[in-house]
Design a protein around this ligand. Structure first.
Ligand code: NAD
Length: 358
C-alpha cells in the first residue's frame, strides 16, 4: 500500500528527569539568556513552582490563574508582563497555568518554558484557548508553543490519584481522538498508539503506588506523546464536544474528557476499523472499547457528566454548538439525533455500548 501524507512536527526541546526540574530550568534560562523571568503558577501550585524555580532569579510571580483562561485574567497577566519588562515566561502547573502563559505569549511573542504538573498536554501544542462571555475560543499560533518543556515526575507526586486518573484519561483522549482527527496520519497515529500504551501502564501504577515515580514518569511520557499526536492531527469529534462542555457549561476539563471518551469511542469505532484495531492493540485488549473500559474500571474513572454539573437542560444547546464544528473527517456522520443520544448517555453514565449501533 502506498503512503501519502503531509505531516508537521512542532519543534521544541524536551528535558525529562525525575528530581531534575530546578537544575534543568536554571540551565534553560541561562541558555536562552533571559534576565527578567515571570513565573506563573496558581496559589495551589506555588510550592511546586518554588521548588522548580529554586535555581533562577524571578522578576515576577503571577498567581492569578483561572481554568479555561477568561479574557479578563489574560489581560491582567499581559499587563503585568509588559509592566515588568519580562523577557521569559515560565509556567509551572496544569493546563490552566500553561494556558495563561500562552495567552501572554500570543500578544507579547515572549518565549515560554513549560513545567507541566498534570497530563493535560498543553505544553506540547501550539493551540491557545480563551473564554469570553461563556464561549471558549481556540486558535493556533506557533508563538504560543513553549520553546522548552521540562518534565519532572517528582513535581506530580502531589497530584491526587483521582485527578491523576482524570488528567491521564485526558491524555488518552488526545491519542484516541487523533486517530480520526482532520490531519490524522501514520506519524501521529504511531505516537498516539505509544501514548495509549504508556498511559495505560502508568495510570494503574499511580493508583497502586501514588508516592512512586515510576507510574508518574510513564504518564508524563504518555501525556507528551498524546499532545504531540493531538497537535499534529488536530481536534476530532471528542475534542469538539469537550471544548463546548468546558467553555459553555464550565465543566472541569480533565473529568469531562475522562467521562466523554468511551462514548465517542463507542460511537466512532464501528466505522473506523483501523483505528479500532490500533487502539485495541495498544491496550493489549480484544477490542478498543473493552481495553478502555477495563482500564477505566481499574482506575475508578469519572463516569457521568451529571457528577460534574451538567444537566439534561444543557443537551440541546450543546448539540447546537457542537454540530457545526464536527470535522468532516469523522468516521461516522453526526446528526442532532445521534449526538443527543451520545450526550444523554454520557450525562447519566449509561453503558457506552448503547451507541455502537445507533
Ligand atoms: P488545571 O490546570 O485546571 O489543574 C487542575 C487542578 O489540579 C488545579 O486545581 C491545579 O491547581 C491542580 N494541580 C495541578 N498540578 C498539580 C500538582 N502537581 N499537584 C496537585 N495539584 C495540582 O487542569 P488541567 O486538566 O491540567 O488543564 C485544563 C486546561 O488546560 C483547560 O483550560 C484546557 O482547555 C487546557 N488545555 C489546553 C490544551 C492546549 O493544547 N491548548 C491542551 C490540554 C488542555
Amino acid at each position: 500500500m502506498s503512503l501519502s501524507f503531509d505531516h508537521v512536527t512542532l519543534g521544541q526541546r524536551v528535558l525529562f528527569g525525575t528530581g531534575a526540574a530546578a537544575e534543568n530550568l536554571a540551565a534553560e534560562v541561562a541558555r536562552l539568556g533571559a534576565s527578567r523571568v515571570m513565573v506563573i503558577a496558581s496559589d495551589f501550585e506555588t510550592p511546586t513552582a518554588q521548588a522548580a524555580a529554586a535555581g533562577i532569579e524571578v522578576a515576577l510571580w503571577h498567581h492569578d490563574v483561572v481554568m479555561h483562561v477568561p479574557i479578563e485574567t489574560a489581560e491582567k497577566a499581559r499587563a503585568a508582563a509588559a509592566g515588568h519588562g519580562i523577557d521569559l515566561l515560565v509556567c509551572v502547573g496544569g493546563g490552566s497555568t500553561t494556558g495563561l502563559a500562552k495567552a501572554i505569549a500570543m500578544t507579547s511573542r515572549l518565549p515560554i518554558i513549560a513545567v507541566p504538573t498534570t497530563y493535560a498536554g498543553s505544553e506540547a501544542t501550539n493551540v491557545w484557548g480563551l473564554t469570553e462571555a461563556s464561549r471558549k475560543t481556540t486558535g493556533v499560533d506557533d508563538a504560543v508553543l513553549p520553546v522548552t518543556v521540562i518534565y519532572d515526575a517528582a513535581l506530580t507526586l502531589s497530584l491526587p490519584v483521582d485527578m491523576s486518573v482524570a488528567s491521564g484519561l485526558n491524555g488518552m483522549a488526545h491519542c484516541i481522538d487523533s486517530l480520526w482527527a482532520p490531519r490524522a496520519d501514520p506519524i501521529n497515529a504511531a505516537l498516539a498508539a505509544e501514548g495509549i500504551r504508556a498511559l495505560s501502564q502508568g495510570l494503574p501504577l499511580i493508583a497502586a503506588d501514588p508516592s512512586g515515580a515510576g507510574g508518574r514518569e510513564q504518564a508524563l511520557y504518555g501525556a507528551y506523546l498524546s499532545a504531540v499526536a493531538f497537535a499534529s492531527a488536530g481536534s476530532g469529534l471528542h475534542h469538539k464536544i469537550c471544548h463546548v462542555l468546558g467553555g459553555t457549561f464550565n465543566l472541569p476539563h480533565a473529568q469531562t474528557h475522562a467521562t466523554v471518551l468511551p462514548y465517542v469511542l463507542a460511537f466512532n469505532a464501528p466505522a473506523a476499523p483501523d483505528a479500532e484495531a490500533r487502539i485495541a492493540a495498544a491496550f493489549g485488549a480484544a477490542g478498543a472499547l473493552t481495553g478502555l473500559q477495563e482500564l477505566r474500571k481499574r482506575l475508578d474513572a469519572p463516569k457521568a457528566l451529571s457528577d460534574y454539573g451538567f444537566t439534561a437542560d444543557g443537551i440541546a444547546e450543546a448539540v447546537a454548538v457542537v454540530l457545526p464544528a464536527v470535522p468532516a473527517s469523522n468516521p461516522r456522520p453526526v446528526t442532532t439525533e445521534n449526538l443527543t443520544a451520545l450526550l444523554r448517555a454520557a450525562l447519566t453514565g449509561e453503558d457506552p455500548r448503547v451507541l455502537l449501533d445507533l
